[in-house]
Each structure stands twice: as C-alpha cells, then as structure tokens.
Write a protein that binds this ligand. Structure first.
Ligand SMILES: Cc1cc2nc3c(=O)[nH]c(=O)nc-3n(C[C@H](O)[C@H](O)[C@H](O)COP(=O)(O)OP(=O)(O)OC[C@H]3O[C@@H](n4cnc5c(N)ncnc54)[C@H](O)[C@@H]3O)c2cc1C
Length: 293
C-alpha cells in the first residue's frame, strides 16, 4: 500500500525541527530511520499530516565519552554505529553484545537509537537495555528541555512520555561501577526477528565477593520492558552462586504478564524468560569476577 498524503519537511537545524513540531502537534511525526514509521504509514496504521525528517540535523548524531566515565549518544545515531563503536565496546559492553540481535545489518544501518526508544515496542532490545543501564533521556521542545530516567519513559505498548511537540535528542548512560559484569540474551524464531523473550542482566560485586547490586530487565513479557525488582532484592548481599541465582529467578513469575500471540504462548514465554534470566545473571557474575575471583 501507499501512505496517506502528507506534507514533508527536512529541516537542517534543531530549532527549525522544534518549531515544526510545535506547529504540527498531534498531526506531526518525526522521521528518523523510518524502519518502523514508514511501514506503519504504508499500512496506514500511521497517517501523519506533517512528516519532519530530522536526518539532516547533524548535531543529533554522535557517540561521545561523558566526563563521569559514561557515554552520551545522539538520538539520531544509527544502531549500526552503536554496534561498531570502540567506545561503546569498552564502556558499555552490554549494549555492544545486544545490538546484533536487532533485526538485520541493513535495518540497523538506517534505524536509530532514538527511533527505537521512541517507538517503544515491548519486544525491542533498546528500551530494555536503556532500563538495565539506567539511561537518562533528554527531551526538547521549543519551550523547554527535560531529562527523564528511562524507567519513567515507557508508558505502554508503543507509548512513551514524549509529548507531541517534543524531540528525543540524547541518551546519557552512566559509567558502570567497578566489579560489574553484564550479559544479554534472547530467543527469537530466526536471528533478526523480534524476540519471543529476552533478558539483560547487570551485576556488581562487593569487595568481599558478595553481590552488591544487580539489575534484571526482561523484554517481550509485558507492555513495556520489565525490571524484576524481586530478583534485585533477593540477590542483594547474597553469594553469587548458581543456587542463589536459581532461587532468585523463581520469583519472576509474579512480576510478568506475558502475552500469547502467534509467535509464542504466555506459558512458553515464562519458561524461556526464566532460563534467560538465570543464564544472563550467571554470565554477568562471571564477567564481574574477572579478574578478582
Ligand atoms: C524487518 C524488521 C525487523 C526489525 N526487527 C527489530 C528487532 O528485532 N528489534 C528491534 O528493536 N527493532 C526491530 N526493528 C525496528 C528497527 O529497530 C527500527 O529501526 C526502530 O524500531 C525504529 O527506529 P527508526 O530510527 O527507524 O525510527 P522511525 O521508524 O523513523 O520512527 C519510529 C517512531 O519513533 C518516532 N521518533 C523517531 N525518532 C524520534 C526522535 N528523535 N524524537 C521523537 N520521536 C522520534 C517516530 O516519529 C516514530 O513514531 C525491525 C524493523 C524491521 C523493518
């Protein structure tokens, strides 16, 4: 199918884009990589009257080291650039490990990090990773600017806290503390398909070798990425053993409400996600241990 008629603008500055967004409001849509928006427009699931193509705004792209040891990523940065970045590999190995699971190289070379977050598909990798890495998102409108923790950004399926006149401009991810290990894994029907279930784990060990902090975020098992708080609580102060992790992940069931769809039943997703949680937490512990245990 072809999209419904729309007006097209390709501003070259952020101010211009923000003015167009303010003017367009609910009738306007930002075009980033187009990998989700264009198919939706072709199926007429999205019918924006005004399309604001932000691809010519140079200062929306780029991966920069932050002074706190973290990383700042421009919203328009292509997913492939994140995947190939030596800075990301060094400072945020979780992101580097997960990026190849997103679709295929051709899609990642157009798709942007901001587009994936703004699209907010519950089976997408980047929303879950942004929670696991405690990211903060910078949202700008013509009138104001605000920073939002990723944990407050996702409101429901394909729904975020972005106001119609706001542009997501930057994602800031803090440095991982010392003795931290991370791991990501998912199960999809074929490599590159959206995940049936996935897990991102972050584990920090204390100097005595016990678990100081941990985060487990699951994808494709709810309307938004799901941080499993009971696992964090159960593992705080625990020995990082397989038994402790196996016991902790038993609590996952109470915190998720996975869908049944044509790809998998809810029961199968529960089974998958528990196995993924256990294996990613164990791998994160092993990596946090290097070279101390
Ligand atoms: C065949 C196929 C398989 C795929 N598989 C996966 C997968 O396994 N995992 C996965 O995560 N994704 C997958 N995707 C989606 C892909 O990652 C998209 O790139 C991503 O979801 C959207 O990014 P985009 O830059 O293309 O955004 P666009 O399609 O341009 O925009 C998506 C939405 O975000 C809004 N938006 C974009 N940028 C901004 C911004 N800066 N500020 C405010 N709003 C903004 C748009 O208005 C639109 O509503 C797949 C896509 C295809 C076509």
């Amino acid at each position: 199918m072809k999209p419904a008629p729309f007006e097209y603008h390709a501003p070259t500055t952020r101010d211009e884009a923000l003015a167009l967004l303010a003017e367009g409001g609910f009738d306007a849509k930002v075009l980033a990589g187009g990998q989700s928006l264009v198919p939706a427009m072709n199926f007429r699931l999205a019918r924006p009257a005004l399309l604001i193509d932000v691809n010519r705004i140079d200062d929306l792209s780029g991966i920069r080291p932050a002074d706190d040891g973290g990383v700042s990523i421009g919203a328009l940065t292509r997913q492939r650039a994140v995947e190939r970045s030596p800075l990301i590999a060094e400072r945020l190995p979780l992101l580097a490990e997960a990026m190849p699971h997103i679709a295929h190289p051709q899609i990642r070379s157009r798709g942007t990090i901001g587009g994936s977050l703004a699209h907010a598909d519950p089976a997408a990798e980047l929303p879950a990773l942004s929670l696991a890495l405690d990211a903060r998102l910078r949202l700008q409108s013509q009138q104001a600017e605000r920073w939002l923790p990723a944990a407050e950004f996702f409101l429901g399926i394909l729904t975020t806290a972005l106001e119609p006149e706001e542009l997501l401009v930057e994602i800031a991810i803090p440095a991982l503390p010392p003795r931290t290990g991370t791991a990501f894994d998912e199960v999809a029907r074929r490599h590159g398909d959206y995940a049936m279930a996935g897990a991102a784990a972050v584990v920090t060990l204390a100097e005595d070798g016990t678990i100081a902090e941990s985060r487990l975020v699951l994808l494709a098992v709810g309307d938004i990425p799901v941080p499993i708080r009971s696992v964090t609580q159960a593992l705080r102060g625990a020995q990082p053993t397989e038994d402790a992790i196996r016991a902790a992940v038993e609590s996952i069931d109470a915190e998720i409400d996975p869908p049944t769809d044509l790809h998998a039943t809810a029961a199968y997703r529960r089974y998958l996600v528990k196995n993924l949680a256990r294996s990613t937490l164990l791998r994160a512990v092993e990596r946090a241990c290097q070279p101390i245990c």
